[in-house]
Design a protein around this ligand. Sequence first.
Ligand code: ZN
Length: 311
Amino acid sequence: MKKLLRLLPMAAALAICSPVQAQQAPQCGTNGIALQLLGSGGPISDDARASSGAIIWINGKARILIDAGGGTYLRYGQSGARLEDLDFIGISHFHTDHSADLPAILKGGYFLAKSHPVQLVGPTGNANFPSMTAFFQREFGKGKGSFAYLSGLSSASEGLKLAVHSADVDVRKTAPTVVWRGDGVTISALGIPHGDVPALAFRIETPKGVIILSADQNGSRKEFIDFARGADILMMPAAIDDDADEESRFLHATPTVVGKIAAATGPKMLLLDHFMGRSLRDKDHNIQIIHGFYHGPVNAGRDLSCFPLSH
Ligand SMILES: [Zn+2]
């Protein structure tokens, strides 16, 4: 247990969920609306963090899941989130560190007391990456999917209690696409440039404020500035340093680019995730670089960090 505690967050600016307590009951978002990170790491396990994933708590229920990278299955359980409360899943892109645990999380649909629908949204595909709907078929398609034994997921049948409806958002669209509405919450998605990988960012507008979850991107799409403007929380990946090579900068935003985006969009708080070995070692220096452009609070996310919206 001591080892577990060392790996999990013990401090964050707004609020923190105790991982020990979270195994027994939800501590994040008991009232109001809160963002909780499931994973704050990258695609390599040596950062000892789960890969990307986050949930949005609405009045004590984890209604929204964005990304399900490796390790988020465990953190999902530790957070106290319950599958029977889940209404919406957004997958930003089909790198393993954003999507690999999706089948493991959905498998829990066997064990629910009653069925309910889940909207699953992801990007359109290209020659190298599947669309959301193609991914769903490759994973769960009846008779041919890798996990065909879970094919009942599409219709809450064959023992599965989830009716998962998958849909694609065209990453080339210049205007945001509304992908879910419920209980005063509106989620929209916009394509973001992540090398040649089709990818989406999500904007979650709630009665208590706005959360922008940007997955991996190099920061070069001007439409993202309008999309992300005026957020209470803007989450951006901190995957690379300013001196990263050209290939890495084609995939990811450097601290300078993250700082410029934060300055242009003006969030009340910038939250960093997707730390990798080197960016973790250089974290303080990289935050200094960001502060050269953006003068608001910057938080370095940890697995299970909890950030309530305060107004
Ligand atoms: Zn990626």
